[in-house]
Write a protein that binds this ligand. Sequence first.
Ligand SMILES: O=C(O)CCC(=O)C(=O)O
Ligand SMILES: [Fe+2]
Length: 355
Amino acid sequence: MTFHPRLARGRTLPLIDVSGLYSDDPETLRGIADQLGRAAREIGFFRITGHGIDPALIEEAYQAAAAFFAQRETLKMRHYIGANRNHRGYVPFSEKGDYADEVNRNYEAFDLGPDLPWDDPEVVAGLARGAITLGPNPWPALPGFHATIARYFASVARLGLLVTGALERHLRLPPGTLTRHMTKPVSQLRLLHYVRATGPGADPGAQKTVNMGAHTDYECLTLLHTRNPGLQVMTAADTWIDVPVDPAVYVVNIGDMLEAWSNGILRSTPHRVLNLSPERFSMPYFVAANHGTLIRPLPALVPEGEAPRYEPFTAGAHLERMLVRDFPYLRRRRNTPAGPVHNPFETRIEREIRP
Ligand SMILES: O=C(O)CCC(=O)C(=O)O
Ligand SMILES: [Fe+2]
């Protein structure tokens, strides 16, 4: 395991070369799996190189995102997520949840998922259960956007399965224990565009303020690419460390679903985004399980004689409950009053940040 020199003094995110995950040598695979697993246990956050995603494709994806966000608001609002049936599309600056620590929140996003037709059996079954996250993507007509983003989505989804497979290996689970539940997952790609608030009334001290408030990610794991500083991770001591920016690297973190599935062996770690850059782009891809997958601590990971540490839940239900918390349009649609919604994976945030 190597450590990034800028994060010295024992507070570091591991940097792990995962190129060996493309090998079929069991010893190589085991070695990398254990490095990833150790970081996922101890910190819940790590950085990977040798991930195999074409840097030119990453660059094209940023260009597609930037071209979309550069449009007039009226054009972007043609794809407003609040006018979409399955939680896909444009999230305007004004679509603000109520994280108490978002003192200077100012970002827009474009949210996408696996592009499944309405008559796909998994979609049909999900809709019958009231799913709000399954179905096709809305594609802006911008030249190249659909082709580029679909290609990026496919690449990062492949990497997500590879990393999940490595964590299975680390946990000594039979191959496919987790990944066979990721055939039509409620995974999401978010294209994010943060802008530090400026102009009359803007806080001159905004440089260090929180833009995206502290949260855990709701899925199994997240593969994040970013090109600007601002991301911070909560340490075990509830202090914050900066995640260094390196375009050759993906930042990976464990989310709620995998914390529960692993009976708390892997950790869903709180993080937030500060206004360190006047403008910031990032692209998290959230690796989830299928909508109907029941997540309960895997019996092999619950010590003899102990009760599982988590109540069972379905992947879709947890994700959608959290989306209703975070998106005012969903609260309006479902007549859910504003107010705190408890996420059992965010107790450290509730204690430290939103008491
Ligand atoms: O933009 C980033 O660096 C992090 C974004 C994030 O944490 C999220 O969208 O869940
Ligand atoms: Fe996040």
